[in-house]
Design a protein around this ligand. Structure first.
Ligand SMILES: C[S@@+](CC[C@H](N)C(=O)[O-])C[C@H]1O[C@@H](n2cnc3c(N)ncnc32)[C@H](O)[C@@H]1O
Ligand SMILES: O=C(O)C(=O)C[C@]1(C(=O)O)C=C[C@@H](O)C=C1
Length: 243
């Protein structure tokens, strides 16, 4: 995906809360690749998991799809017959661009893009549900219900892939992971000002939880297995399996 360079926080400014608006959507591929360690690896591996777990005549949900990277990766790898990929985002700026990307891509598995809050979507007959760095932006009080709805909508043998920025349980460990992440951003060309202003803008918007909190919620919803399959610094991806 072509992308303009992210310079949103390069000048001193009155920092406001982070939003997935037009300005962010325009630079999103550059922003996420320079901000999330392992982003490309995660997206490609989600595509592979989709290839492995998609069953004939089932649905695959990409909740908080942004520009559609996960949906396109799934479409690339799925070989099962008669599957549908449903990509949802409540940001118009993201959903419109996503629809354009999807249209330009010739896939055997169709991708339907919906601009709506993911809580309004019925999850049904699903073999795979993905939230790739989306749950972290949702009000913590709403998270249990969302995960329960996903579990209930998955067919037996289905999987839920959850990628999140994590908070480490201990203060010391947490600070270490944050430091390593900031160093990753510096090496990707972000200045101290960009790093600190972005941090301020996501402070009240991205509420990270510990791996243990995610594991407990997934178990409580009914998932039989919770597998941490990727972690780099404070960014992780989990596969939860429904037997
Ligand atoms: C970090 S981005 C996700 C990146 C994307 N999954 C990828 O792999 O490239 C988070 C996305 O979640 C969307 N989002 C946040 N809350 C949402 C909600 N309640 N319903 C639908 N989408 C939501 C945002 O608009 C944003 O596009
Ligand atoms: O930039 C950061 O520090 C982040 O936490 C990364 C993160 C994310 O995890 O989603 C935050 C907001 C943007 O969507 C891109 C990346």
């Amino acid at each position: 995906m072509q992308s303009s360079k992210d310079a949103i926080y390069s000048q001193p400014q009155q920092v406001s809360d982070f939003r997935f608006d037009d300005t962010v959507a325009e630079v999103f591929p550059d922003m996420i690749q320079r901000s999330v360690p392992g982003y490309n690896t995660i997206v490609d591996a989600i595509g592979q998991l989709a290839g492995r777990y998609a069953t004939n005549n089932s649905n695959i949900y990409d909740l908080g799809c942004s520009l559609g990277a996960v949906s396109l990766a799934a479409a690339k790898y799925v070989v099962a017959d008669n599957c549908s990929i449903i990509a949802i985002d409540n940001s118009e700026a993201m959903a419109q661009r996503c629809a354009r990307h999807v249209k330009a891509y010739k896939a055997n598995t169709p991708i339907k893009v919906i601009c709506d809050d993911l809580q309004n979507i019925d999850i049904e007959n699903a073999s795979i549900v993905v939230m790739n760095f989306t749950l972290q932006f949702i009000e913590p009080a709403l998270r249990d219900q969302i995960i329960q709805t996903i579990y209930d909508g998955l067919a037996p043998g289905g999987i839920f892939i959850l990628s999140e920025k994590l908070r480490h349980v201990s203060e010391q460990g947490n600070e270490l992971l944050i430091d390593l992440h900031h160093e990753f951003k510096r090496r990707n060309g972000y200045s101290e000002l960009e790093i600190s202003q972005k941090r301020e803008s996501i402070e009240n918007i991205l509420r990270a939880e510990t791996f243990e909190a995610h594991q407990t919620r997934l178990r409580n919803a009914g998932f039989d297995d919770v597998v941490l399959w990727f972690q780099c610094f404070n960014f992780a991806s989990i596969v939860a399996i429904k037997n």
